[in-house]
Design a binder for this molecule. Structure first.
Ligand SMILES: Nc1ncnc2c1ncn2[C@@H]1O[C@H](COP(=O)(O)OP(=O)(O)OP(=O)(O)O)[C@@H](O)[C@H]1O
Ligand SMILES: [Mg+2]
Length: 553
C-alpha cells in the first residue's frame, strides 16, 4: 500500500456510487434540509394555523393540523429531515402536544446557528451555548410555571381547550373539553404519597361516523360495535359472567388437506355427527363455565350459534382484538385462547346493554374500571382529525392532573424565557454567549409565527410583547383573536409546563445533533428511500427532499 501512495496514486476507499459532502457544504446541506421541514409545519401553528391535506401514494387522504401527523405522512426522503421528524415523534411520545412548536423551534435554532457559523464561530461553541441555554430554560420554566390545585376542574378544562383551539375539535371544544376532563378523572388514582397517577390504559377511544361532533359521549365501560350472532339470543345481560374468547367456535380443521371417502350413507352420517358433537362439546364447555355472554374474536359456526342461542347465551363473533383487550380491563376477565383449559376465574363480571339505535353493546364492569370516549362526526376525515385533537388534549389534561404545573400560552412563556435567557447570557463568557442569545431569539419565533398566522404584524406584536415583559408582566401573551397583548393565563390560554420543557429540550438536542456533523458519507445517493428505484445516478440525490416536499413550501 505504501508503495502505491509513494507513486502518488490516489487510494480509493469508497465505492464509486457513494457520495461525500464535507465541512461547510455538509453544514449548509443539513441546515437547509432541517429548515425546510420546520418551514413546512409553521403555517399550522396556533389557533389560526391552517391545515394540510396529505395524499399518500395509494391515494388516501389525511387532512390535519397536527405537526407530527403531517411530518409522518409526508413522503420525506432525506436523512437530515428525518432527524427533525424524530423531534416531533419524541414530543408526541413524551408530551402528546406541542409537536409543531418543537419542530419550528428546532428549525429556527438552526437558522440562527447558520448566522453564527457565517461569523466564523466554531460549531462546538454554538453547541455548548445551545446546551447551556436549554438547561437554563428548563430551570426558568419551572420557576415561571404556576402550581395549580389538581382538583381545579375549570383550569384543567382550559388546558384541554387551549390544546384543541384551531383543530378540528375547535367548534365543540367546550363539550369535548368537559368529556376529556371527566374521562381523565375516571382513570386517575392517588398513589401512596397522595400524587395523582393517570392511567390512560383504562381509557378507550371509539369513533363513529354519521352524527354530529356535539353528540360525542363518555361511557363508563367499553363498547362493542357488533350484533348478536343469532336472532334468538338475548341482547342484554345484567350481572353477567362474561367470557372473552380468542378461539373459534367452529369445527377444528386439520392442518393438512384431507379427503374423506365414504362408501355408504351411514358413514357420512357418522362423520357429520362427529362434527356436530365437537360443536356441541364446545358450547357445553361454555355453558358449564356459567358464561352468560361470549365475546369471541374469531368465528362462530352456524350450528354453534344455534346451540348458544338455545342455552340463552349472548354471543358476538369477530370482535376486535383491541376491544377484547380493553374489555378484559373493564370486566376483569382474562382472554381465553384455549377453551378446554378455561376456568371460571377467567370470566369477567358486569352488565351488557344494547343500544339499538347505534347497534352496539355497552359493557360495564362492577369491580374493574375503564371508560370509553365515543367520538362522533359526520365523515371519516372529520372523525380522524377529531381523534387526533382529542388525543393531544387527553395527554395535556393527564399531564396537568399529575404534574400540576401550567404556563400562560400565546407566546407568553417564550417571550419571558427569551428575556430571562438574555439576562443569563450576560453571565456567560466567550462565544457561547452569542449562542445563548441566538437561542433566546429562536424562542421568540413562537409568538412571531402565531401573529403571522393570524394575519397580524409579527414585528409589532413582538415589540409589544417584549415591552410588557420588561414591565414585569410575566404572563403577557398574544390574543390571536383580538390581536392584543394581554394576560393570556387569565384569558384561559393555559398550557402544561412539561410539554414546553420537552419541546425546548428536544429542539435544542436535534439542532445540536445537526450542527455537530461536518462530513456526510453516503453509500448511495443521499436518499433514505432505499426501496425505490433510484434514477439518474448520484448528482440528483442532493435534491433529496422527496417529491411531496416541493408543494409544501
Ligand atoms: N387562544 C389562543 N390565543 C393565542 N395563542 C393560543 C391560543 N390557543 C392556543 N394558543 C397557542 O398556540 C400554540 C399551539 O399551537 P398548535 O396546537 O397548533 O401547535 P403545537 O401544540 O405546537 O403542535 P401540535 O398541536 O400540532 O402537536 C401554543 O403556543 C399556544 O399557546
Ligand atoms: Mg397543540
Amino acid at each position: 500500500m505504501s508503495q502505491r501512495m509513494q507513486q502518488g496514486q490516489p487510494m480509493i476507499v469508497m465505492s464509486e456510487d457513494s457520495q461525500r459532502v464535507k465541512d461547510k457544504d455538509a453544514q449548509d446541506y443539513n441546515i437547509s434540509a432541517a429548515r425546510a421541514v420546520a418551514e413546512a409545519v409553521r403555517s399550522t401553528l396556533g389557533p389560526k394555523g391552517m391545515d394540510k391535506m396529505l395524499v399518500d401514494s395509494m391515494g388516501s387522504v389525511t387532512i390535519t393540523n397536527d405537526g407530527v401527523t403531517i411530518l409522518q405522512e409526508m413522503d420525506i426522503d432525506n436523512p437530515t429531515a428525518e432527524m427533525i421528524i424524530e423531534v416531533a415523534e419524541t414530543q408526541e411520545d413524551e408530551a402528546g402536544d406541542g409537536t409543531t412548536t418543537a419542530v419550528a423551534i428546532a428549525g429556527e435554532l438552526l437558522k440562527n446557528a447558520e448566522d453564527l457559523l457565517e461569523q466564523d464561530i466554531h460549531p462546538t461553541a454554538i453547541i455548548k451555548g445551545f446546551h447551556m441555554a436549554s438547561e437554563q430554560a428548563r430551570e426558568e420554566i419551572d420557576d415561571i410555571a404556576s402550581d395549580i390545585d389538581t382538583d381545579d376542574e375549570e383550569l384543567i378544562r382550559k388546558t384541554a381547550e387551549t390544546s384543541m383551539t384551531g383543530k378540528g375539535t375547535e367548534v365543540n371544544k367546550e363539550h369535548l373539553a368537559q368529556l376529556i376532563v371527566d374521562a381523565v378523572g375516571q382513570v386517575t388514582v392517588e398513589d401512596a404519597d397522595g400524587n395523582n397517577v393517570v392511567d390512560l390504559e383504562y381509557l378507550n377511544i371509539e369513533t363513529q361516523t354519521g352524527r354530529a361532533v356535539g353528540e360525542s359521549d363518555l361511557l363508563v365501560g367499553g363498547i362493542v360495535d357488533k350484533d348478536p350472532v343469532h336472532d334468538n339470543m338475548p341482547t342484554e345481560a345484567e350481572d353477567a359472567d362474561i367470557l372473552l374468547l380468542n378461539e373459534a367456535i367452529e369445527v377444528e380443521e386439520t392442518d393438512v388437506d384431507t379427503e374423506v371417502s365414504v362408501t355408504d350413507p351411514d358413514q357420512l352420517q357418522k362423520f357429520l355427527d362427529r362434527e356436530e358433537k365437537q360443536l356441541r362439546d364446545k358450547v357445553d364447555t361454555i355453558a358449564d363455565l356459567d358464561a352468560d355472554v361470549v365475546f369471541c374474536q374469531k368465528g362462530i359456526d352456524d350450528l354453534a350459534q344455534h346451540y348458544l342461542a338455545k342455552e340463552g347465551i349472548l354471543a358476538v363473533r369477530r370482535a376486535k382484538k383491541s376491544d377484547l383487550e380493553f374489555l378484559s380491563e373493564v370486566v376483569g376477565a382474562s382472554i381465553v385462547s384455549d377453551l378446554e383449559s378455561a376456568t371460571e376465574d377467567d370470566l369477567g363480571f358486569g352488565d351488557v346493554t344494547r343500544d339499538d339505535e347505534d347497534e352496539l353493546f355497552y359493557v360495564e364492569g362492577d369491580d374493574a374500571h375503564g371508560v370509553t370516549l365515543l367520538l362522533r362526526g359526520s365523515t371519516e376525515h372529520v372523525v380522524d382529525e377529531l381523534e387526533r385533537g382529542v388525543n393531544d388534549a387527553l395527554d395535556v389534561v393527564a399531564q396537568t392532573v399529575s404534574d400540576g404545573r401550567v404556563l400562560a400560552g400565546g407566546g407568553a412563556i417564550e417571550v419571558e424565557l427569551a428575556s430571562r435567557l438574555r439576562d443569563y447570557a450576560d453571565s456567560v463568557s466567550g462565544r457561547e454567549q452569542l449562542a445563548v442569545e441566538a437561542f433566546a431569539d429562536s424562542l421568540e419565533l413562537v409568538p412571531r409565527v402565531l401573529a403571522e398566522n393570524a394575519g397580524l404584524d409579527s414585528i409589532d406584536t413582538l415589540v409589544d410583547l417584549r415591552a410588557a415583559h420588561d414591565d414585569g408582566e410575566v404572563q403577557a401573551g398574544l390574543n390571536v383573536f383580538s390581536g392584543d397583548v394581554e394576560n393570556t393565563f387569565d384569558a384561559g390560554v393555559v398550557e402544561p409546563a412539561h410539554a414546553k420543557e420537552q419541546a425546548v429540550t428536544s429542539a435544542s438536542e436535534a439542532a445540536n445533533l445537526v450542527l455537530k456533523i461536518d462530513d456526510i458519507i453516503s453509500a448511495g445517493d443521499l436518499s433514505t428511500d432505499k426501496g425505490e428505484e433510484q434514477e439518474g445516478g448520484a448528482p440528483g440525490g442532493m435534491g433529496g427532499m422527496g417529491g411531496g416536499m416541493g408543494g409544501m413550501m
